[in-house]
Ligand binder design. Structure first.
Ligand code: FES
Ligand code: FES
Length: 155
């Protein structure tokens, strides 16, 4: 099958099998920042923004989409121009193996879009669908609160 989606602000034609998940279609087209973990909607590694809403891409059939907007962690910021959230993850030591990081960044981005001044409890709740096997979450939560502060001072 073929469909065009707007991925990281560019219209991209995708070719995929009818039963394929968005996660696999994205990875097969080079968007390997979208990580494959459980493939059952449990770990959040595959999180992307779909039309502005955070979703687990492993739970979505690509065939159900057409013309939709997808944003991955690489569309939020790049190595040379990191987003404030990404920079805060680095500065706070919130990245160890990095496997969970793209999903964490997407979840954090979605949270701060909706709630620019979250409490620690709200950050923890917003990240509750994202599993990290390395950090113990403390530094990740710190990074999101730090990013919120930095974004506030930019407003
Ligand atoms: S790979 Fe999608 S939630 Fe784990
Ligand atoms: S940094 Fe390794 S899984 Fe989170």
């Amino acid at each position: 099958m073929k469909r065009t989606l707007n991925i990281n602000r560019k219209d991209i034609e995708l070719r995929f099998d009818p039963a394929e998940s968005l996660l696999h279609t994205l990875r097969n087209h080079g968007y390997t920042e979208v990580k494959s973990g459980c493939e059952e909607g449990e770990c959040g590694a595959c999180l992307v923004l779909l039309n502005g809403k955070a979703v687990n891409s492993c739970l979505i059939f690509t065939s159900s989409l057409n013309g939709d907007r997808i944003l991955t962690a690489a569309g939020i910021g790049t190595l040379h121009e990191p987003h404030v959230i990404q920079q805060a993850f680095v500065d706070c030591g919130a990245v160890q193996c990095g496997f969970c990081t793209p999903g964490m960044v997407i979840a954090s981005y979605a949270l701060l879009q909706e709630n620019p001044e979250p409490t620690e409890a709200e950050v923890r709740r917003a990240l509750s669908g994202n599993l990290c096997r390395c950090t113990g979450y403390v530094k990740i939560v710190e990074a999101v609160l730090c990013a919120a502060e930095r974004l506030k001072s930019e407003r």
